[in-house]
Ligand binder design. Structure first.
Ligand code: PMP
Length: 388
C-alpha cells in the first residue's frame, strides 16, 4: 500500500505542489533580492486577502498562538477591560492570554455548538467600559461560525476595539476587515492559507495601530513587540533589507506562492467554493444520520465540520478505520464533549474529489463498525448538494 494519506484535519492542510516546490527551493539569505521580493509581495497580498487596504500586515515565525499573543500583548495594558465572545476552546485560550497581560476579562459563553446572540453581546457592551472585544470567527473545537460582521458593527457602535481570531477562517470564510470595521484579524499559515505550519499572520487596521501608538507602558514581550517589527515589515514592503529576527525564509516564499494562488482564484470565488464544499460534506453527514456539534446550519463553519459519532460507534476505533482507508481525520477537542465527536477539515485547496474520498473513507469505517450499515448514499448526497 502506498505510504500516503489524504490529510483532512482542520490544519495543517494539504498543499498545492507549487507551494511545496517553493519550500524545497535552495535556501537564500534573508537579505537576497529574491527573498525581499517574496516577503514584500506576501505583505501586500495579505492586505488583499484580509481586505484591509489601509492595514499593517505582520508575518512572524510562530504558530497561531503567537498571533493571539501578539494581538493581546501589543494592545492590552494592565487593568484594561476585555470582552471575550467565547464559542469554545480557543475563546478560553484567548481569555487566558488577555489575563496573562493584566486585562480584566469578562466572557460571554455559549454552550458547545452554540454562539452568543447579538443582543447578548450588545447588552454586555452597554454595561461595561470595554477597551477590546475579541471573537473567534470559527472555533476549531466546535466548528461554530460567529457573525463577525454583526459583532464588529456592535463594537464600533460602542467605541470598542475588536479583534478577530481568524485562524480557522481567513481565506476560507467571508471576512472583509475594512468594510465590516474589524480592527485586527489574524490567522496562521497552516489553515485556509494553505502553507505549512510556522507563520503567524496579522493585519492591524488604523484604529488598532492608533491604540498601540498611544500605549502608556512598554509592550510586555520582546519578540512580539510591534515597535521592533514594524520597521522590518515596512522595509521589506519597500523591497529593502532589514533585520530584527531572522525570518522563516522558505516558509515565507511558500506563503507568497499560496497567497498568489488565493488571489488568482479571487476572494469571493474562494469563499463560495468553501460554501459549496461544506454543503457537500454537511449533506453527506446528514445522509449518514450523524448529528453535528453546531446546533444548526447557520452556526456551522464552511472550513470544517464537526460530526458526532453515531450511537454504538467507538470513536478511536472509527478514526483508526478511516485512517486505514486512507483519510486522516481529527478527534474532538472541546473538553466538555471531546469523546463524542470528530472533525473534518475542508479548507484551503480542498476539491470535491477529496470530499468524496473522505466520505468514502467514513462509509468504509462505518461499514466495519456497524454490521447493518449500507454505504453509498452519503457520497450521492454529497454530489447532489455540490451540484445544486
Ligand atoms: N485559534 C484557532 C481558532 C485555532 O483553530 C487555532 C489552532 N487550531 C489557534 C487559534 C492556535 O493556533 P496554533 O495551533 O497554530 O498555535
Amino acid at each position: 500500500m502506498k505510504d500516503r494519506s489524504l490529510l483532512m484535519i482542520p490544519g495543517p492542510v494539504e498543499l498545492d505542489p507549487e507551494v511545496v516546490e517553493a519550500l524545497a527551493a535552495p535556501i537564500t539569505s534573508h537579505l537576497a533580492p529574491i527573498f525581499m521580493e517574496a516577503f514584500g509581495s506576501a505583505l501586500e497580498r495579505l492586505r488583499q486577502v484580509f481586505q484591509c487596504p489601509d492595514g499593517q500586515p505582520f508575518i512572524l515565525a510562530g504558530s497561531g498562538t503567537l498571533a493571539m499573543d501578539t494581538a493581546a500583548v501589543n494592545l492590552v495594558e494592565r487593568g484594561d477591560k476585555v470582552l471575550v465572545v467565547n464559542t469554545g476552546y480557543f475563546g478560553d485560550r484567548f481569555a487566558d492570554i488577555f489575563e496573562r497581560y493584566g486585562a480584566e476579562v469578562t466572557q460571554i459563553r455559549a454552550l458547545p455548538g452554540s454562539r452568543p446572540a447579538l443582543h447578548e453581546v450588545e447588552s454586555a457592551l452597554k454595561s461595561g467600559q470595554y477597551k477590546i472585544l475579541s471573537v473567534t470567527h470559527v472555533d476549531t473545537s466546535t466548528g461554530v461560525l460567529t457573525d463577525v460582521k454583526g459583532i464588529a458593527a456592535l463594537a464600533a457602535k460602542y467605541g470598542v476595539l475588536n479583534i478577530v481570531d481568524g485562524v480557522c477562517s481567513v481565506a476560507g470564510e467571508e471576512l472583509r476587515m475594512a468594510e465590516w470595521g474589524v480592527d485586527l484579524a489574524f490567522t496562521a499559515s497552516q489553515k485556509a492559507v494553505s502553507t505549512p505550519p510556522g507563520l503567524a499572520l496579522l493585519v492591524a487596521g488604523p484604529k488598532a495601530l492608533e491604540v498601540f501608538r498611544k500605549r502608556k507602558t512598554p509592550v510586555g514581550s520582546y519578540y512580539a513587540d510591534w515597535t521592533l517589527w514594524m520597521p522590518v515589515m515596512e522595509a521589506y514592503e519597500a523591497r529593502k533589507p532589514a533585520y530584527f529576527g531572522t525570518p522563516a525564509v522558505n516558509l515565507i516564499r511558500a506563503l507568497d506562492v499560496s497567497l498568489g494562488q488565493i488571489l488568482a482564484e479571487g476572494m469571493e470565488a474562494r469563499w463560495n467554493r468553501h460554501i459549496a464544499i461544506s454543503n457537500a460534506v454537511q449533506s453527506a453527514i446528514d445522509a449518514m444520520d450523524m448529528n453535528q456539534v453546531p446546533v444548526n446550519r447557520e452556526f456551522a463553519a464552511h472550513t470544517m465540520t464537526a460530526p458526532r459519532f453515531l450511537a454504538g460507534v467507538n470513536g478511536p476505533e472509527f478514526l483508526k478505520k478511516t485512517a486505514q482507508a486512507g483519510v486522516v481525520l481529527a478527534g474532538g477537542l472541546h473538553p466538555a464533549i471531546k469523546a463524542e465527536y470528530y472533525r473534518i477539515g475542508h479548507m484551503g485547496t480542498t476539491s470535491i474529489a477529496e470530499v468524496l474520498t473522505t466520505i468514502g473513507a467514513i462509509e468504509t469505517a462505518l461499514s466495519s463498525c456497524i454490521s447493518s450499515y449500507r454505504p453509498g448514499e452519503a457520497v450521492q448526497a454529497a454530489l447532489k448538494a455540490y451540484n445544486t
